[in-house]
Design a binder for this molecule. Structure first.
Ligand SMILES: Nc1ncnc2c1ncn2[C@@H]1O[C@H](COP(=O)(O)OP(=O)(O)OP(=O)(O)O)[C@@H](O)[C@H]1O
Ligand SMILES: [Mg+2]
Length: 298
């Protein structure tokens, strides 16, 4: 049987992007760009969000692609954000089929019909993209946002990228791994924390260097502090967009807190089991109660 530290090492690497996944993401990016070019004046496109920052969890879904619109599309900026989202949705539905394409708050989700097996493997294929139509705004971007009163959100993915990189450096290269694991917990439990970007934003503040050298204790403490502070307001780290915490109401925050406390308690129990020599039971708790099938038992 594998030891708990070995299981964490394996789990950590399973949550990393593989070369084949990156190749698949790049192929999908080109395909979407080519299709968008047929319907819109696109100035540039790039992959961004947690995918670009290496804080995305697995299976790989909702990879963000910004499609920066050119001058010809500028009139959409004077209409409601839903008008732009709707035309992009329509254009993408021509290629991917109506049932696979859905307008969301700030983007259009495109499903590729990729199957996931019981072990949460996708054969290194990306399951979906979030296509984000964007306008240049000063040195950053403006994107549609149906949940804000102005209808648009300013965002600077470079600032988010730099902050994650800095946190990663200060935490001995283990900060992103920890964020991916916490996001895996979130996804496995039906996303009590919404959006999952909030986990990363909170991690920027609450994960204090240095890395103690042990994922088990770091995670137990991380879940506990997330529970403690989930009802606070968490601003955009780039100080441009609305609070990242605006996606949950009080009842959702209460639910997230309860789930986080359960996770922290389960982590404490797993550590106790392991200390009592019950390695197999400890692995089971990490897998069954916290992370799901991507956490290895062997
Ligand atoms: N409130 C906000 N203000 C400004 N920018 C934001 C805000 N929320 C999200 N963003 C930017 O948009 C990107 C995409 O948002 P998204 O919700 O997909 O988060 P993500 O970090 O990609 O996480 P996930 O792994 O869930 O996809 C974020 O990574 C961030 O750069
Ligand atoms: Mg994303």
């Amino acid at each position: 049987m594998i030891s708990v530290p070995e299981a964490f090492k394996k789990f950590r690497s399973r949550l990393e992007l593989s070369e084949r996944e990156q190749a698949d993401a790049s192929r999908r990016q080109k395909e979407i760009r080519a299709h968008m070019d047929g319907s819109f004046d696109i100035a540039s496109d790039f992959l961004t969000g947690s995918y670009r920052r290496w804080t995305k969890t697995k299976p790989l879904c909702d990879v963000d692609i910004f499609c920066v619109l050119g001058l010809q599309e500028r009139p959409y900026r004077d209409k409601p954000p839903s008008a732009l989202l709707r035309v992009v949705e329509k254009a993408l539905a021509e290629k991917y089929g109506e049932k696979n394409v859905k307008a969301q708050r700030r983007s259009i989700n495109v499903l590729f019909g990729v199957a996931v097996d019981e072990e949460e493997q996708t054969n290194d294929q990306v399951m979906s993209f979030d296509v984000v139509p964007a306008f240049d705004k000063d040195d950053h971007f403006e994107i549609p946002d149906t949940d804000t009163h102005t209808g648009w959100t300013e965002t600077d993915p470079r600032v988010h990228y730099d902050k994650a990189l800095e946190a990663q450096k200060l935490f001995s290269g283990e900060w992103k791994g920890l964020v991916r694991m916490a996001k895996k917990w979130n996804a496995h439990h039906g996303k009590p924390i919404k959006p999952s970007f909030l986990i990363e934003v909170m991690a920027l503040e609450v994960i204090q260097p240095p890395f103690g050298g042990d994922y088990r204790y770091e995670l137990k403490a991380f879940f506990a502090v997330l529970a403690d502070r989930i009802d606070e307001e968490w601003p955009d780290p780039a100080a441009l967009g609305p609070p990242v915490s605006d996606g949950m109401d009080a009842a959702q925050q209460q639910n997230a807190r309860a789930e986080l406390m359960k996770a922290s308690d389960a982590a404490a129990r797993a550590i106790q089991l392991e200390n009592g020599g019950r390695n197999g039971d400890a692995l089971r708790v990490w897998r069954d109660e916290i992370f799901g099938p991507l956490f290895p038992l062997s």
